[in-house]
Write a new protein. Structure first.
Length: 422
């Protein structure tokens, strides 16, 4: 079906007055194209200056970030993380417990062997203590028996000595009487009243009485010495009044004393051995406990950055539990273009602007690198900034006077900053 178009009538134009031209009106937007052209030309000029001229006169680094050495807190044993005391952003101090790693497969053979040896030594020591106690009781009993027999022997000897003294007194009286008789017989012989045989008989009787008195004196002296020796605890085997029980008791005392001395020496040796064994057991038990529930501690001051192994994680020996930042060694990693390589040296001072409104910080280059190896970057908390081919990495440290002049730089690894040559 074809559509037919209806004819339209043209609008009539107003006729200008004869002899005059109509005035031309200016549009209010006529200046916009010109302004746009000027703006485009200015932008092109700025772009040329910033891309071609400014890089050749600028002293700033292409990129720069704050960085700090990374602290990897690892576990020396394998097991399960049973407790965790570090959180992201938490400051860490040396010796602070970071986590507890539980290992239920710690070998206890050495500890079991030591405990068995201690039980054996303790049994032997108890047996010796019982034996020495029994020997000491027996020694006390034998000592009492010896005292009783000694007292009885001394009393017996004293009785014999008293009897001898009585015999001595009687012998002395008899000797005196016989001496008197002999003297009288000799006087009568001089007068012719008695014969020589009578005098000889009187003399013989006096000599016999004297010999008897001498024998009694010797016996009395011997018994007196025996009494003195018995009172001093010395046994005299020969002589009258000796007791056969005393030497046996003395020998028994000596045997018991020797036994006690030997047993005490064994007790001292076993006690020393047991003390040394207890120290070994204590060290081994501490080792087993430490390995069973090992406390992983921080070894330096820092700030926890990332918890790598949360509670319940199975970890192997050497695994990282917490990744932290050593904020005591913050520095700057800057990337300078290749054209500035000739102006960079170790010790070159840098001006680092962290906050646009803050004071600039002072630093100096400590190391220059053509490339940043992955192992080096892994030792830092934040990755190094990207560098174009030919660029130079500059690792800078803060100047000693910077903290007093501009304040302590923040510990925010990975934060972008502006670094330029002074």
């Amino acid at each position: 079906m074809k559509t037919e178009l209806l004819p339209t009538e043209r609008m009539p134009h107003a006729a200008a007055p004869p002899g005059r031209l109509a005035p031309i009106r200016k549009s209010p937007l006529a200046f916009i194209p010109r302004l746009a052209g000027y703006s485009l030309m200015g932008f092109i000029a700025w772009l040329l200056l910033s891309t071609l001229v400014e890089p050749w006169v600028s002293t700033s680094a292409t990129r720069a970030v704050l960085n700090a050495p990374a602290m990897l807190i690892t576990t020396p044993i394998s097991g399960t993380v049973s407790a965790l005391y570090a959180q992201d952003g938490q400051p860490l101090a040396p010796g602070q417990t970071i986590a507890i790693v539980r290992n239920s497969t710690v070998a206890r053979d050495a500890l079991t062997t030591l405990l068995t040896q201690r039980l054996d030594l303790q049994g032997r020591l108890d047996d010796l203590n019982h034996r020495i106690e029994a020997d000491q009781r027996m020694l006390e009993y034998v000592g009492n028996q010896y005292q009783q027999y000694q007292h009885a022997n001394v009393a017996q000897l004293k009785g014999s000595y008293a009897s001898l003294q009585a015999q001595q007194d009687a012998a002395a009286a008899k000797l005196s009487e016989l001496d008197t008789k002999y003297s009288r017989a000799m006087a009568l012989q001089r007068d012719g009243a008695v014969s020589a045989a009578t005098v000889s008989a009187a003399r013989a009787q006096a000599d016999a009485a004297r010999s008897e008195a001498d024998a009694l004196d010797q016996n009395a002296h011997r018994i007196g010495a025996s009494i003195d020796a018995a009172q001093r605890g010395v046994y005299v085997s020969s002589g009258e009044g000796s007791n056969t029980q005393l030497p046996q008791l003395m020998q028994r005392q000596a045997d018991l004393q020797n036994n006690i001395k030997d047993e005490q020496a064994q007790i001292d040796a076993l006690t020393t051995q047991l003390a040394n064994l207890n120290q070994l057991i204590a060290h081994e038990d501490e080792r087993v406990r430490a390995l069973s529930d090992y406390a992983v501690k921080a070894y330096a001051t820092g700030t926890a950055q990332e918890v790598v192994a949360p509670i319940g994680t199975q970890v192997a020996a050497g695994a990282t539990l917490v990744r932290a930042t050593d904020c005591s060694k913050t520095d700057v990693v800057a990337v300078f273009p290749a054209r500035m390589a000739g102006r960079l040296n170790v010790g070159t001072r840098l001006r680092v602007q962290i906050d646009q409104a803050g004071q600039p910080h002072s630093a100096h280059i400590s190391q220059l690198l053509p490339t940043a190896k992955e192992s080096l970057q892994n030792s830092y908390s934040a990755p190094f900034p990207y560098a174009e081919d030919g660029s130079v990495y500059a690792l800078a440290q803060w100047d000693d006077f910077d903290a007093a002049h501009s304040g302590q730089p923040p510990c925010t690894p990975g934060r972008s900053v502006t670094a330029s040559l002074r």
